[in-house]
Write a protein that binds this ligand. Structure first.
Ligand SMILES: Cc1ncc(COP(=O)(O)O)c(C=O)c1O
Length: 387
């Protein structure tokens, strides 16, 4: 069992940060790596051609390890989820009779690309709604998703947990159904990879894209895309020089090449070799690997159980444990309680969470402990009393 890791961060006294789903705080080791990386720009004459490649390769390898992959050949470095999804969309064609399946109210970066793709091919985007709140909501939502995937489905685009309230999607069952009908499965792993184990061998997504600044603990504007065999000879979004064959040879760059670097490197973003963010992301992934997504999830489970139980005593409702993340879950306010009042009480006590609709989104990590739970519960109690 992990111990509380607050000392690895600089969160400020009296601050109760339960909002990693918004943005991970920068750990001390990530900050150090960033400062050292930034300082390299002082003396560009010390940079060698290999510096433009080595860190990218290390980063690819670390992300592959987070996913439990044997090698990093199918990992591309991307700036955002929208970019990764755009790669997938660029390399997917639909028939007018086909459809793309998504869940209701997904994060926009995993929706707009499919709206455009469907519009371009006169195909249909099917948005699967959750049933109204109540017992069994997540189970029923998952059943609806599986049912919706049929022979006309070309692509299914989902997260592992819903960004707004942590509802868990049974990707193993959904993937099996998608495979059975020949549909591609694309996963937005932003709100799960790093904190919730993901079984690549069982789920076998065709693509998986993650922003790196939340549960992967890294800097903003650097993310990761796993692009499976479907994208083997795919077309990148841009024609940057470093993704082309033999780009290591700086003297031969104007011997323009049609070929690419091997594997998914062809999809890498331009100027990926960022002196500052690369070392930060490396330090971040090393930290995630040292803690391990399984242990992180287990650590969060202890906190989540206590939060959910004590909030339930005040009338707040959370999804069943099996159908939500422990690192990300929603607390739905009881009838008659104004979320705005709860929000104000949370702010007064420096309890940082997100409010999404009528749900309070709580997303703990290894820097949280029981003092954060106490502060959150007290703020909820006060919010109820003020309503
Ligand atoms: C589920 C999910 N996907 C993606 C993102 C970020 O998308 P992008 O990297 O395109 O800005 C977020 C940000 O909150 C998110 O919650």
């Amino acid at each position: 069992m992990l111990e509380c890791q607050r000392a690895a961060f600089d969160l400020g006294d009296g601050v109760h940060y339960l909002n990693c789903a918004y943005m991970a705080p920068m750990s001390r080791s990530v900050e150090r790596a960033g400062l050292e990386g930034l300082a390299r720009k002082r003396r560009p004459y010390q940079l060698q051609a290999r510096h433009f490649f080595e860190e990218s390769e290390h980063l690819r390898e670390r992300f592959a390890r987070v996913l439990g992959l044997a090698d990093a050949e199918r990992v591309a470095l991307v700036p955002s989820v929208s970019y990764g999804m755009a790669i997938v969309a660029r390399n997917t064609s639909l028939l007018p009779s086909q459809k793309v399946v998504v869940a209701h109210e997904q994060f926009p970066s995993n929706v707009y690309a499919w709206r455009r793709l469907c519009a371009r091919h006169s195909a249909r985007l099917e948005v699967v709604r959750a049933p109204i709140d109540g017992a069994g909501r997540a189970r029923e939502w998952n059943a609806r998703l599986v049912e919706c995937i049929d022979a006309s489905t070309a692509l299914v685009a989902l997260p592992h947990v819903h960004w707004a309230d942590g509802t868990r999607f049974d990707l193993a069952a959904i993937a099996a159904r998608a495979r059975a009908v020949g549909a591609a499965l694309v996963v937005d792993g932003t709100q799960s990879i790093g904190a919730l184990p993901f079984d690549m061998a069982e789920i076998r997504p065709d693509a998986l894209v993650c922003a790196g600044y939340k549960w992967l603990m890294g800097p903003y504007a650097l993310g990761y895309a796993y692009l499976g065999p479907r994208f083997e000879h795919g077309e990148p979004l841009e024609d940057n020089w470093i993704a082309r064959a033999s780009s290591e040879d700086f003297r031969g760059l104007v011997q323009y090449r049609d070929g690419y670097q091997p594997g998914a490197r062809r999809f890498d973003m331009g100027e990926r070799s960022n002196l500052q963010s690369m070392p930060m992301a490396l330090a971040a992934l090393e930290q995630v690997l040292a803690w391990g997504p399984e242990r992180i999830q287990r650590y969060c489970s202890e906190l989540a159980r206590e939060i959910v139980a004590r909030a339930a005593a005040l009338g707040f409702v959370a999804e069943d444990e099996a159908w939500r993340g422990a690192h990300l879950f929603g607390l739905r306010a009881p009838r008659g309680v104004e979320v705005g009042r709860v929000s104000a009480a949370l702010q007064t006590r420096e309890v940082h969470v997100s409010v999404r609709g009528d749900a309070i989104r709580v997303s703990p990590h290894v820097y949280n402990d029981s003092s954060d739970v106490d502060a959150l519960v007290e703020a909820l109690r006060e919010g109820c009393a003020r309503s």
